[in-house]
Write a new protein. Sequence first.
Length: 578
Amino acid sequence: MVVNAHNELHHSSDTDDDHAAGDSFVVGVDYGTLSGRALVVRVSDGAELGTAVHEYEHGVIDHVLPGGGALPPDWALQYPDDYREVLRRAVPAAVADAGIDPARVVGIGVDFTACTVLPTLADGTPLCELDELRDRPHAYVKLWKHHAAQPHADRINALAHKRPEPWIARYGGKISSEWEYAKGLQLLEEDPQIYARTERWIEAADWITWQLCGAETRNACTAGYKGILQDGARPTAAFLSALAPDFADFNDKLDLAPGSPGISPLGSRAGGLTAQAAAWTGLREGIAVCVGNVDAHVTAPAAQAIEPGQMVAIMGTSTCHVMNGGQLAEVPGMCGVVDGGIIEGLWGYEAGQSGVGDIFAWFAEQSTPGQVRDEAERRGISVHELLTEQAAAQPVGAHGLIALDWHSGNRSVLVDHHLSGVIAGLTLGTKPHEVYRALLEATAFGTRVIIDAFEESGVPVNEFVVAGGLLRNSFLMQLYADVTRRPLSIIGSSQGPALGSAIHAAVAAGAYPDVPTAARAMGKIQRAAYTPDPKRASAYDALYAEYLRLHDYFGRGANEVLHRLRAIRLAAHDENGD
Ligand SMILES: Nc1ncnc2c1ncn2[C@@H]1O[C@H](COP(=O)(O)OP(=O)(O)O)[C@@H](O)[C@H]1O
Ligand SMILES: O=C(CO)[C@H](O)[C@H](O)COP(=O)(O)O
C-alpha cells in the first residue's frame, strides 16, 4: 500500500514550473519497523516537497515464516524484498507527490532501524531468497527487536569482563542482545549450516545501499555501535573462539573483502545509482548514493542538534537517545560511544529504550475494554488520543500507580532484554486511562534515568531535543518536560530520519562540503517548545523516587522474579510444543 502523506509543517504546493531553474533535490528514505518512507527535499533550504509511505507486505515476522513454520518467543524477522519494494513504490510516489522533474534529483540516501541484520551470499543475495532455505528461520533478516539472543549476549558480556576486553567499556559494560555479535552467535549455535552458508552478515542499512549502487560499503555508524568496531579493530579471533571455536571466523562475514574500502564516513558517496535501481525508483542512473545510516543517528543533523551536549530523543516505537560529545567518556549502561558515529570528528553517544510507543500500542490494542474503543470510534479519534485526553484531566499521582517500562526489555541502563513490564498500585477502581498514563510516565522516568547516567559520568546534557512520531502527543511532550525538569526543543519536521537521510545525500552529491554545513541549511529546530511546570515537576520527583526503587529492586538483582517468570513462561510453551 502506498500512502501519500503530506508533511504538515513544510509541504509546499509548488510544482516543477515554480522551482528556480537551478533548484536541485535529494531523496531521503527512512526504513522503519513496519514501513519505509521516502521524502523529496530541496537541497538549497531543506523544504520538504513530497512524501510517500510503503508498508512492508510481511511486516514483522514474529509468529509464522512466510513459507510456513512457527517461530519461538522473542523472535522478530523481516523479508528483504519488502525493502526493495519501498524503492519501487514509495520513491516514485514521493517524487510524483513533489511534482518535480525526477531528472533534477541529484542524490539519494537511506537510514534503517538497527541492528537489523541479514545473512547473504558474497554477491548480496539474501539467504532466505534461496529456494532451499526459505523454510529456515535463521536465513531471514533479524530485526532490531529480535530478542532471542539474550543468552548469547550474556555469554559475550561475561567473557569480555573476564578476559577483560578493552572494548566492553565503550558499550557501557554490556553489549545488547540486539546487536551483530549476539545475533551471529545465536545463528552459529542454532543453525550451523546457515552460518556456514553466510558469506556476509550485513546490516540492512548497508545491504539496501548495495542494492541501490551495486557497491558494497560499511557505514561508520552501524559498524561502531552494532558491530563492535573500535579504534579500527573488532573483537579478536581469540575472543571469538573462546566463545565457540567455530565462531573464530565471524569477523570475516562482517568485513569487506581485503582490498575494498574500509569503513565509510557518514555522508560519503557509496557509488552511483545503478541502471536497475534507476528503473525501480524512476531517478537518473549514476546520481549519488550516500552510505547507509541509522534512523536515530541520522536525525540529529535534521534537528540541527549536533553540538556536544545536545541530546536528541527519537521517540517512536522505541526511543533512541543520541548525542555528540567532545571527549570520550564511559557511561554505565549506554548503548555505545563511537568515533564519528553521528558526525565525523566527534564522539557519538547512544542510549535507548527498546519499548516506548510499542508499550502504548500494547495497552491500547490488547488491554482496553470494548467501550473505550467504541467511544474512540464514535468520536473519530484514536484510542491513544482518547486515553491521553482522559489521563490529562487528572493531577499528577492521582492514579496511585508506578509502572516499569520494560515490556520489550531494557536497553539502557540495565541492558537486559529478559526483564519485563511491571505495574504497581492497581485497585478495583483503576481506570484504563490511568494505567495508560502510568505507562507514559514510566517511559519518561526511563529517559530521566538515562540523562542522569550521562550527567553523573561527566557527559553534560545541555539541551533535550525530541524528534519522531510521538511528537504528535503534546501531553506526552509536556510530561517529559515536567519529569526531566528541562525545556524540550522539538525538530521542525515530522519526517526527521528521512530529512536526515536527505541531508546526508546532499553531502554525498557534493552540494555541501560536510554534514554540519548541510544541517545548518536544511535542518529545522524549534527551541524550548515545552517548558517544565515547577509544581508538576515536584510532584513527579516523588513518583520518580518510587520508580527508581522498583527499577533497582527488579532490575539489579534484589529480586529475580522477572527472570524466573520468563523461565516459567518458556517452559510452559515448550511443554505445550509451541
Ligand atoms: N497519540 C499517540 N500517543 C502516544 N503514542 C502513539 C500515539 N499514536 C501512535 N502512537 C504510537 O507511536 C508509535 C509509532 O511511532 P512512529 O514514530 O510513527 O513509528 P516508528 O518508530 O516505527 O518510526 C506506535 O508504537 C504507536 O503506539
Ligand atoms: O536501535 C535502534 C537504533 O540504534 C533502532 O533503529 C530503533 O530502536 C528502532 O527504531 P524505531 O523506534 O524508529 O522503530
